[in-house]
Design a protein. Structure first.
Length: 310
């Protein structure tokens, strides 16, 4: 019989996922709830949400350690856990775990990148995914790891530690433009997959990105108004244009930090990583490795580094 070793929690702004993990990192059970950190207010609400997804496991095995990552540790979460400054490896993160009062829960800190030259950058949750990716694939100890999402992260990892990163608000910008701008008026409510339209947007950013994103965005409307793209394809063109601009900047950032010859990895939800891989291929620089959710592996590695496991 497999023995559980850890309850790991990936607690984002809008969602909550709990994993019952064994000592090898296998997910024995998983529970989820729409109880994101930004939707809850006050200590009792967080306690109740945690009990909803992990209470049965805790009552069955009260000695199991409990570790969470993500926005639960932000200013708008359960407990504001101070950031760890770069360079930050698993040991640095494990040394700064924090606990809400009167709970058994430990929360992973986020990471702050601030060199005093550029505006600061921060991450919460992605650091745990990176730790998990490194635990599963040690060859990424010196690499560029990209985590696509609402706020995509381009991360420079050296000697197993996060040394710098750059955030792109690609996913959020896509949602805002679709829902709250003139560009969305021509788009049907539902998005129809269209790889050709997506890659046309990627190519526009790749080949003519020097025209500037604000200028190129208006083409999403003008292509529809002039019937050069069907209305059903405009959302995919917009997605390609935004991701293309992110890749144009991100790949230049990667080269500027001497990472061109180091592995390039994608970590995140499979459909989104597939989209990024398609776009990277259009740039002639596909990722060497594409990984699904690595948060459970990261939580286990951090629990082990913090000596929470029996």
């Amino acid at each position: 019989m497999v023995t559980p070793a850890l309850i790991g929690v990936d607690w984002g702004s809008t969602s909550l996922r709990a994993f019952l993990l064994d000592a090898d990192g296998s997910v024995l059970q998983e529970h989820a709830a729409a109880k994101g950190a930004s939707t809850l207010h006050g200590h009792p609400a967080f306690v109740a949400a945690l009990d909803e997804v992990a209470g049965a496991w805790r009552r069955a095995q009260p000695a199991l350690p409990l570790l969470a990552c993500g926005m639960v540790g932000s200013q708008h979460g359960w407990l504001d856990v101070p950031y760890v400054r770069t360079a930050a490896g698993a040991a640095d993160l494990a040394a700064k775990l924090a606990q809400p009062s009167d709970t058994a829960l430990h929360i992973v800190p986020g990471v702050l990148c601030d060199d005093g030259k550029l505006p600061p950058d921060v991450m919460r949750g992605e650091e745990t995914q990176i730790v998990g990716a490194l635990a599963q694939h040690p060859q990424l100890a010196d690499s560029c790891i990209v985590l696509p999402g609402t706020h995509s992260k381009w991360t420079h990892v050296a000697q197993g530690a996060i040394v710098r990163f750059a955030t792109h608000m690609t996913g959020e910008l896509y949602a805002v433009l679709r829902q709250h701008s003139v560009l969305g008026r021509l788009m049907p409510p539902e998005v129809t997959p269209d790889a050709q339209a997506f890659l046309r947007g990627v190519a526009a950013a790749r080949d003519h990105g020097d025209l500037g994103l604000p200028h190129q965005l208006f083409a999403v409307r003008s292509l529809g108004v002039t019937a050069q793209l069907p209305h059903a394809a405009l959302a995919e063109y917009l997605s390609g244009l935004l991701i293309g601009h992110e890749l144009r900047a991100g790949l230049a950032w990667r080269a500027a930090h001497g990472l061109r010859e180091q592995p390039l990895a994608l970590v995140g939800a499979a459909p989104l990583c597939e989209r990024y891989q398609l776009a990277l291929g259009h740039f002639g620089q596909p990722a060497h490795l594409v990984l699904d959710n690595t948060a459970p592996a990261g939580l286990l590695a951090l629990a082990r580094a913090a000596r929470l496991l029996s």
